[in-house]
Each structure stands twice: as C-alpha cells, then as structure tokens.
Design a protein around this ligand. Structure first.
Ligand code: FAD
Length: 525
C-alpha cells in the first residue's frame, strides 16, 4: 500500500528517511517494520515562528517497495547523419538546447570559446592566486557557462512548473541529487555541478553531436535575411541554423552584432554590490535563535526587497554558507558574484544587493552609445572598481554601517573573497543614484530584520552582471530574430532568462522552434 501524507514536523524529525518513518509510524500507530520506504515529494522550511518547522509531502510505502524511478528518464537516440544545427555557447541555455535537439532528431554542433569544465577550474584558481583573468576562461566563460562554479541555485520565478520540473529531472538524469526534485529551494553546489555538466557533454557526444572547446565564434554568416552559419576565430566555418546562447558577459558578441546591423534593444539591469555577513549571524536572525541553526537546519537564506525613489532595491542570488568570487571576464575589471558548495558549509553568507536601473538612468555620458549604453555603463563601473581595488583583483570594500553613515572604513572584517579586500569609500565613488538607494534599502532591511544592518557585514564592489543590458529581439512564435531567419537568440545574453533554470528552459524552447522549422522545410522525419 502507498499513502501520501502532508507533515509539519520538527527539523530533527525530518532529518532522514528513518526519522520520518519513525514519526509516521508513531503518529499513524503503525509497526515501523511495515514501512519499507519513504519518499519526500516536497520539502520546505517554515521559519516564520520562533519554533522552526519543516513542511513535508511524503509518499510512504507500506509492506511494499517502490517499483518506479523517482523521475522519468529521457531516451537520447543517435543523431549522427541527421540535419545539423549550431549552438554557440555551452552554458545552461546552450547545453539544454543541444540535448533537446538530440531528443528531436537534430545533430547539435556546440561551439564554446572557453575550456572544458575541468581545465577551466585551473584558470579560475589562478584569478585568486596570480590576480590574473584569462579572457577566454574564467567564471563567465567555459563549459557550463556562468553558473558552472556557483551555488547552483535552481529556483526560478518562472510560472512554467512543468518546464521547471523537466529541467530538474534532466539534471538528476545526469547525476544531480534527487533532493532537487523535492526541495522548495533546490541547489546543486559548486563541488557537484561540474560533474553533472561533464555528463551532459558526454551525452551530446555519445549521441553523435559535437562539442568544440576553445572555439570562439567571431561572426555570423548572413545571406540576405538568413543566418546560415558561423565563422570561428581560427577561421573555421560551421554551417546550419544558429542558436546564439553566448550569455551576457560576451560583450564582443553584442558589438559584432551591432556592427553588422543586427537589430538590438536596450533593457534595464540591476547594479550594486555583494554583501557578506557571518553565516552564524544570518542563522540566528532567520531562525530566531542566538545559538544559530543547530544540527538539523541548513544554512539560513534571506530575501529582501523594497522600493527607493521609484526603483527596486533587492537582494539577489543569495549564497548561504558560500564564498564571494572574482567573476570578471577580462582585464581591468572587477566584478563579484557568489558561489556555495553543496553542503553550504562555509562560515559566510553572501548576496548581491542591487538597485534596479532603467536605460534612462545611465545618464548623458552613456546615452551617446545608444542601444549599447548599458554595456558601456557596466564597463565603466567595473573599471572604476578595478582602479579603486588597487589595479588587481583585490576588491574595494566597506563595512555596511560605514557605508550607510557615509564614513570610511579603517579596517574590514574577515571575508571569503580570496583575492583580498581593500578598504574603500564606496559611498563616495559609486554613482549616487545607486549608493543613495542602497543606503536607504539597507536601513529598511535593518529595520525589518533586526541585526541585519551591522558593522560585521562587508560590502564588496561591484555586482554589475545580474542580467543583460541588451535584448536581441525575436519573434514570439518562430523564436528567430525579428529580421533574420535561421538565427535563434537564446538565454540570458539575449535577454530571455535570468538564471540557470530559466536559461535552460529558454534553450529547450529555441531547440523546439528550430527543430520544427527544419521539419517543416524538409522531408526530414
Ligand atoms: P552563460 O551561462 O553565460 O553561457 C554562455 C556561454 O557562451 C559561456 O560558456 C561562454 O563561454 C560562451 N560564449 C560566449 N561568447 C562566445 C563566443 N563568441 N563563441 C563561443 N562561445 C561563447 N544562476 C542561478 O540560477 N543560480 C545560481 O546559483 C547562480 N550563481 C551564479 C554564480 C556565478 C559566479 C555567476 C557568474 C552566475 C551565477 N548565476 C546563477 C547566473 C547563471 O549562471 C546565468 O543566469 C546562466 O548561466 C545563464 O545561462 P546562459 O546559458 O544563457 O549563458
């Protein structure tokens, strides 16, 4: 017999399959030996009250064992010799596009400027060790894309629940823990995600697809109103329709498109800093317990949002138990971001703290760049940050309370940011329309969450790459660029995603539209 139950239990009761089974047996007056297995279908933590509870939906197997897999698996056939499509970029959008193409009987040819995820790890280590950023292999570029070395958070505001579940199941099929299927806030972790990405790549190759690393697309091959391939930096041509999934850090791609007269649109972004607290402090605030989280609760998360002078100020991409990382993708830039291991076990909690900006906010200095104004604004701020950070990857930083009170920090708390921090008056050199809003936002967050506004927290500059400042406009139905057939702008860089899962969903949608187009225009079946 199988029974599904909704439980609201203490963290220690929800700690393992055995402890849940023991609870169910006691509550339902059953012999625990009759419970053969417990499957958690949904798990969330309710920390609104002083006593923190865990809400669970569980499937209990009584006198029988589960017969089915925890998720359906996709069959990937052999696509060698089938029609080909070019996928530029092996981030989540590109990888999921490639896998979906295989499912639909199209042979993907993936072209990626960076290295494979294993070799990429060494270049990332060099950023901290030698203060050197390889412009082709860094936190943004390389197999797995921008999210490969991250918290691997897999939550999204997307309302397309079916599509989200499918993406999570594909991650599981390639080695991610099945807990991501039940957790309200699933995440994989930087120690596990690279292996999952590697398996996806192997799947593409085993199915007859191709993956070319250290191969940068330099330009599109355009014939009239149709894109029919790409040329790479080493002079090779790849022919076929093109899914462009190059992410928002590939500024050279936007410049190339603009120079070639490909229509682009400007869009808003959010810009600010990374804020780092001791995790113990966040645990004690969020779990209402000065002792912290105890043995059974995970590192606590937070999420804040408010409006200041007509613009949103909010926390972004929070990484509990994580590290602040140097995420620049070129020389003379400082850009920060966050990542966490799967156990979220570090002693720090970090999050982006950003202000929403619209294209009109960039100001007259940048408006002369038209549709590229947002990119110029980002570049300028990242360079200012580099100059204020001593022209290395050491990042300018300030205590949170000093920033709010417009005072210099004469010392800084310890931080996870491994290239090092330099005390700097961020309140002085950040554009005032960002600094003033962050100050008001921090005061408000400190009011609603007592203890959050503290001198123990450090702000680290700058977080500029929350999303793309440019959209590559496409037709809603055919998913192709509004003026160019055979060209599918995709993922975060094209302005249609804002995270790993939404990029993956967009990759799948572009692949489906492309496959449909190939099927309609040929006798292919
Ligand atoms: P990208 O991931 O940016 O991939 C683009 C790929 O294209 C890159 O691999 C790049 O090398 C390649 N490329 C670029 N130009 C070319 C070219 N000319 N030729 C060939 N290849 C090219 N999101 C979350 O949802 N959860 C998180 O926990 C999270 N943490 C993050 C942590 C960090 C440190 C960073 C940097 C980002 C994080 N993000 C997170 C954001 C997330 O990674 C992105 O939203 C997502 O990766 C976007 O996917 P994408 O495929 O559209 O683009």
């Amino acid at each position: 017999m199988i029974r599904e139950l909704q439980l609201r239990i203490l963290p220690e009761q929800a700690a393992s399959e055995q402890s849940i089974a023991a609870y169910v047996a006691r509550e339902q007056s059953m012999d625990i030996r009759s419970i053969k297995s417990v499957r958690v279908l949904k798990r969330s933590i309710d920390a609104r009250q002083r006593t923190v509870m865990v809400n669970l939906k569980v499937r209990v197997y009584i006198d029988e064992f589960p017969q089915d897999d925890e998720f359906p698996r996709i069959e990937y056939g052999d696509v060698s010799g089938k029609p080909r499509a070019i996928v530029v970029g092996a981030g989540p959008a590109g990888l999921f596009a490639a896998l979906r193409l295989i499912e639909l009987g199209i042979c993907p040819v993936v072209v990626e400027r960076g290295k494979n995820v294993h070799d990429r790890r060494k270049d990332i280590a060099l950023i901290s060790r030698e203060q050197r950023v390889d412009p082709e292999s860094n936190y943004s570029f390389g197999e797995g894309g921008a999210g490969a070395f991250s918290d691997g958070k897999l939550y999204t505001r997307s309302k397309k629940r079916g599509s989200v579940e499918r993406i999570l199941q594909i991650f599981c099929q390639h080695g991610a823990s099945v807990s991501i299927l039940s957790d309200a806030h699933p995440h994989i972790g930087t120690d596990k995600l690279p292996r999952v990405i590697e398996r996806m790549r192997n799947r593409i190759i085993e199915s007859g697809g191709e993956v070319h690393f250290e191969t940068r697309m330099e330009r599109l091959i355009i014939d009239g109103d149709e894109v029919c391939g790409i040329v790479t930096a080493d002079g090779r041509e790849f022919n076929g329709p093109v899914i462009l999934a190059t992410g928002h850090s590939a500024r050279d791609v936007y410049y190339m498109l603009h120079e070639n007269g490909v229509e682009l649109e400007s869009k808003g972004i959010a810009v600010g800093v990374r804020l780092e607290h001791p995790q113990q402090l966040i645990d004690s605030i969020q779990y209402h317990n000065p002792e912290g989280r105890g043995k059974y609760l995970p590192a606590a998360e937070y999420s804040f949002v408010t409006q200041v002078k007509g613009r949103g100020v909010y926390s972004f991409c929070m990484c509990p138990g994580g590290f602040v990382v140097p995420a620049a993708s070129g020389p003379e830039q400082i850009v920060v971001n966050g990542m966490s291991p799967s156990n979220r076990g570090s002693v720090w909690a970090n999050s982006g703290m950003v202000v929403e900006l619209q294209p009109e906010d960039f100001g007259a200095r940048f408006s002369m760049f038209g549709v590229l104004a947002g990119i110029k604004f980002q570049e300028d701020l990242e360079r200012q940050c580099y100059l204020n950070g001593n022209c290395k990857q050491t990042a300018p930083a300030q205590r949170m309370t000093d920033f709010v009170n417009r005072r210099n920090s004469f010392d800084l708390p310890r931080s996870s940011y491994s290239p090092g921090l330099i005390a700097s008056p961020l309140h002085f050199w950040l554009p005032d329309f960002i600094a003033a809003r962050l100050q008001e936002g921090f005061k408000y967050f400190g009011k609603v969450s007592h203890g959050f506004l503290t001198r123990e927290a450090v702000m680290i500059g700058v977080e500029t790459r929350t999303s793309s400042p440019v959209r590559i406009p496409r037709d809603r139905v055919s998913m192709t660029h509004i003026r160019l057939r055979g060209f599918y702008p995709c993922g975060e860089g094209a302005g249609y995603a804002g995270g790993i899962v939404s990029a993956a969903i967009d990759g799948e949608r572009c692949a489906e539209a492309l496959a449909m187009q190939i099927k309609q225009s040929s006798s292919f079946d």
